[in-house]
Ligand binder design. Structure first.
Ligand code: NAD
Ligand code: TYD
Length: 349
């Protein structure tokens, strides 16, 4: 039986990835290493927590001795590295936290993998999950390809770009078998309500203002999280060592159009009058250094490995809203306590 380490498996994308691997591959043992920061939540994994091929370990990826000992105990043959500080607004407030987890944490994992695998790298794989934000910001036209030069512009994207560089450096210098994927904005169940979509769903439910940064004209390319983890599965098993793959849904929305679509769907689902939730839209001060547009060209992934997104956005959004409406306890849990302090510090009341 192969043992695979997933880092950050209690977070948003990590929990979907852990669920997919635990259920789809009973012959893999999955060890989920997560520090359970504000973004990590074991309630995201209740349905698989007793699976015989699953184990949770609480720990910090920046603690290299701990990570090395974990490799010595479990003899991982693969690593799926999801753990990160992931929110741009938090990175503006506290960049060093992002350097610590995203850069030092990644290098600590790379170092442990290199040392543990040094006698035989055959059949081993370090898969680094990254973001399209490393490519910077687009104007009105064009797409990010795997050849686009890195141009990160927020502390978050700079820390992710740095981690990508270290992953490639370990491949070129030490022949560590690596793969990287850079994905566009995800949405779906278990998304922490600091990010645009779940924050607005939460606020619409509670009839609170919907904060739109600047004029709402910034564009993001949205992908349903289950499509992202299916792409990771495909790349993990069929992608080429040393390669990078872009993942995206060809699904661009301005923030204002997206929030209006959300309001429209939620008015119907909540039995409110058409147009009622749109009244909550409030334009607020723009994010510092706000990237205008992200858009992914995922041709390589489609042509070489046959991956395609499965859901239309309106359908994915509808599924996502239904999930939040049916999981009010989950939402209440994650928005109690420290969330209130975070919300007030960023948005005021
Ligand atoms: P998230 O913030 O929801 O989850 C991050 C997880 O990492 C949490 O469970 C947290 O507890 C854990 N973690 C944080 N610091 C840790 C540490 N020092 N040691 C161990 N665990 C730690 O993030 P997400 O949105 O699920 O993103 C996962 C990965 O995917 C990140 O690397 C992110 O850069 C990348 N990504 C995210 C998106 C997106 O739209 N959310 C898009 C593309 C790529
Ligand atoms: P976010 O979900 O934070 O993802 P990212 O910044 O990584 O793309 O934000 C998505 C877009 O929504 C981005 O252009 C910023 C904008 N936004 C708002 O307008 N208001 C908000 O309250 C938040 C959280 C984001």
């Amino acid at each position: 039986m192969e043992t695979i380490l997933i880092t950050g498996g209690a977070g948003f994308i990590g929990s979907h990835l852990t669920r997919l691997f635990v259920n789809k591959y009973p012959n893999y043992k999955i060890v989920n290493l997560d520090a359970l920061t504000y973004a990590g939540n074991l309630n995201n994994l209740r349905d698989i927590e007793n699976a015989p091929n699953y184990q949770f370990v609480k720990g910090d990826i920046t603690d290299m001795e701990f990570v090395k000992n974990l490799f010595a105990t479990h003899h991982f043959s693969g690593v799926l590295h999801c753990a990160a500080e992931s929110h741009v607004d938090r990175s503006i407030a506290d960049p060093l936290a992002f350097v610590r987890t995203n850069v030092i944490g990644t290098v600590s994992l790379l170092q442990a993998a290199k040392e543990h695998w040094k006698e035989n790298m055959e059949g081993k794989l370090f898969y680094h999950i990254s973001t399209d934000e490393v490519y910077g910001s687009l104007g009105d036209e064009g797409f990010f390809t795997e050849e686009t030069a890195y141009d990160p512009r927020s502390p978050y994207s700079a820390s992710k770009a740095s981690s990508d560089h270290f992953v490639r450096a370990y491949h070129h210098t030490y022949h560590l078998p690596v793969k990287i994927s850079n994905c566009s904005n995800n949405y779906g169940p278990f998304h922490f309500p600091e990010k645009l979509i779940p924050l607005c769903i939460h606020n619409i439910i509670n009839k609170k203002p919907l904060p739109i940064y600047g004029k709402g004209e910034n564009v993001r390319d949205w992908l349903f999280v289950e499509d992202h983890v299916r792409a990771i599965d495909t790349i993990y098993h069929k992608g080429k060592i040393g390669e990078t793959y872009n993942i995206g849904g060809h699904n661009e929305w301005t923030n204002i159009a997206l929030v209006k679509e959300l309001c429209h769907q939620m008015d119907q689902k909540l039995g409110r009058e058409a147009g009622e939730s749109e009244q909550l839209i409030t334009y607020v001060k723009d994010r510092a250094g706000h990237d205008l547009r992200y858009a992914i060209d995922a041709t390589k992934l489609k042509e070489e490995l046959g991956w395609m997104p499965s859901l239309q956005f309106e359908e994915g959004l509808s599924k996502t809203i239904d999930w939040y409406l049916n999981n009010s306890e989950w939402l209440a849990n994650v928005t109690s306590g420290d969330y209130q302090k975070y919300y007030t510090s960023l948005y005021g009341a």
